[in-house]
Design a binder for this molecule. Sequence first.
Ligand code: FBP
Length: 289
Amino acid sequence: MSEQLAPTDDDIDRIVDDVFETVADATPELRRSIRGRRGETDDENPSGDRQLEADQQFDRLLVDRLGRLDGVGTYASEERDDPVDCGEGVSLTVDPLDGSSNLKSNNLVGTIVGVYDGELPASGRNLIGAGYVVYGPTTTMVQARGDAAVEYEVVDGERRPLRPVDLPDDPTVFGFGGGDDEWVSAFERYAQEIRSELKLRYGGALVGDVNQVLRYGGVFAYPTLESREEGKLRLQFEANPMAYILRAAGGAATDGDRSILDVSAEELHQRTPLYVGNKELLRRLPDEL
Ligand code: FBP
């Protein structure tokens, strides 16, 4: 029996691109499926968040399409306790509907996908691709592979390249999650400084807030909180993919102590504080976070 040959870089490029082509192709059906599904279910996701009907529908549509791709071995979702075995190949982490609390007010939401080489949970250093979709006034996608990130407009499920994504040198915007009364005092002082220099842009969906930082330069944070030291966002599904994308765009991402990509992955749904954006702004974060 011929031994299984290790995949070449071209093989990996193809698998990663197949994943994002499949996500792009699904976006018209995903957007349509929001109608009539903005209500809550009786279920909670593994992080304890109440699930909306749209959370569950997005997850169903994406596991069905991504799980059958040649070269995809595992589909893990923010909405599922355990990964789904799809055969042999890369491991996908999917936040099917990021920012679902924005649906009631018809604010933008998104989808986040990480492509890992190896078993989950995995370090961000095992990422071989990452991307996100923004369901905004138009549908766009940012896709990163290695040191390059590209933004696409997605029209009828087809990706149309818009631009290479490079973080502007002069930052303009900031967005900080949690609330002034929940921040530790060291972050409070940092926030005061940044607030006096940059414009507030906080939309309640990670994809939209990171997308603004990538477009205008700046910093986004969902920091450690007095009530929740580990912050709110999930390492595997949200922080790692965004850290991979920021690095490709010339920025950085940290948990306050180290690069997000070096945070040890212990559990599939573990949370982490997240600070992303221009390196100079992250360097100014206080040591005692
Ligand atoms: P999910 O909707 O995937 O659970 O994402 C969590 C999230 O909505 C992020 O997208 C966003 O950055 C953050 O929570 C907003 O939190 P808050 O509602 O506390 O501002």
